[in-house]
Write a protein that binds this ligand. Structure first.
Ligand code: ZN
Ligand code: ZN
Length: 289
């Protein structure tokens, strides 16, 4: 089967979040893969955008300023992409900083609370257990087991750090609709990421649409042709622009999923429709596509 070669990839990560390539390296890789238009969509950070725009202008690769925001619904996380946003907006940057620091802040507060209760933990050890991932309650629980304070992770949650337990702390959270609202405030275009992973999509989608959602990923990662067809129909039904990309993080990723930018086919039509809206909002910057 002859594969259609994609010129567009609207979902890419860099070292500004958990990607392996710097923004410059990513743009070079995109160029080598034959891409003409890419979007930088790091988790809760826009720090890679300016560098990518600069390199893109040198190499003739269009770069759309983007974001992938983490939001919460009960028992699950939903990612909201934003395109053509004003990443210099100070209020928006404050929200992103709170999202980035939220997990760490909360873990630190819980460790302080445990110390007050006579169960001191070494913060350095908690970070070590968390490794590269963002620090959370399971890591605190593990160190509590190591210290002999509790017999198991379950006990740590039940007696100390679970909801309603004495050392429990809330974390800064956004709902999907709130993230959509923040992206609209910066004149960006909010798009729901990897919808096939969203449980109760039919419940979440209407709220996000009322908040101003304009698109939804349909051409994503290694979604099957049937899955893509289903999502295209759903997007059409709700008047949403179907977008997509690889969600590329690193080339050496094992198992399933794209290994190179552009491996997922995304039509130019997605960019054309997003760009038409961004143009009306006056959000086309030099170097973007
Ligand atoms: Zn995601
Ligand atoms: Zn992603």
């Amino acid at each position: 089967m002859l594969e259609r070669r994609s010129r567009v990839d609207l979902h890419l990560h860099t070292t500004a979040s958990d990607g392996a390539l710097t923004p410059t390296e990513l743009v070079r890789e995109a160029k080598a893969c034959g891409l003409e238009c890419i979007a930088i969509t790091d988790h809760d950070s826009t720090n890679g955008i300016d560098e990518a725009l600069e390199e893109g202008q040198k190499l003739g690769v269009g770069v759309i300023p983007g974001i992938e925001m983490s939001t919460d619904i009960p028992r699950a996380e939903i990612h909201v992409l934003g395109y053509y946003l004003d990443h210099k907006d100070e209020e928006f940057q404050k929200v992103l900083q709170q999202l980035r620091e939220g997990r760490r802040d909360r873990a630190e507060k819980m460790v302080a609370k445990l110390a007050e209760m006579g169960l001191p933990l070494e913060w350095e050890r908690v970070l070590e257990v968390a490794g590269k991932g963002s620090v959370g309650r399971p890591h605190i629980a593990q160190v509590m087991v190591e210290m002999g304070y509790v017999a198991s992770n379950v006990e740590a949650f039940t007696d100390y750090i679970g909801r309603n337990a004495p050392a429990y702390q809330e974390r800064y959270k956004l709902t999907p609709a709130e993230a959509v609202g923040f992206i609209r405030k910066t004149k960006g275009l909010p798009v729901l990421a990897h919808p096939a992973e969203v449980v109760n999509l039919h419940l979440v989608l209407p709220e996000m649409i009322s908040a101003g959602l304009v698109g939804m990923e349909a051409y994503y990662g290694d979604y099957s042709p049937e899955a893509v067809e289903g999502l295209l129909a759903l997007a059409d039904e709700h008047g949403l622009i179907p977008t997509g990309g690889t969600d590329f993080h690193r080339a050496e990723s094992e198992g399933h999923g794209p290994r190179h930018p552009g491996e997922t086919w995304v039509p130019w039509e997605s960019v054309r429709r997003l760009k038409a809206l961004a143009t009306r909002l006056g959000r086309i910057v030099p170097g973007s596509c």
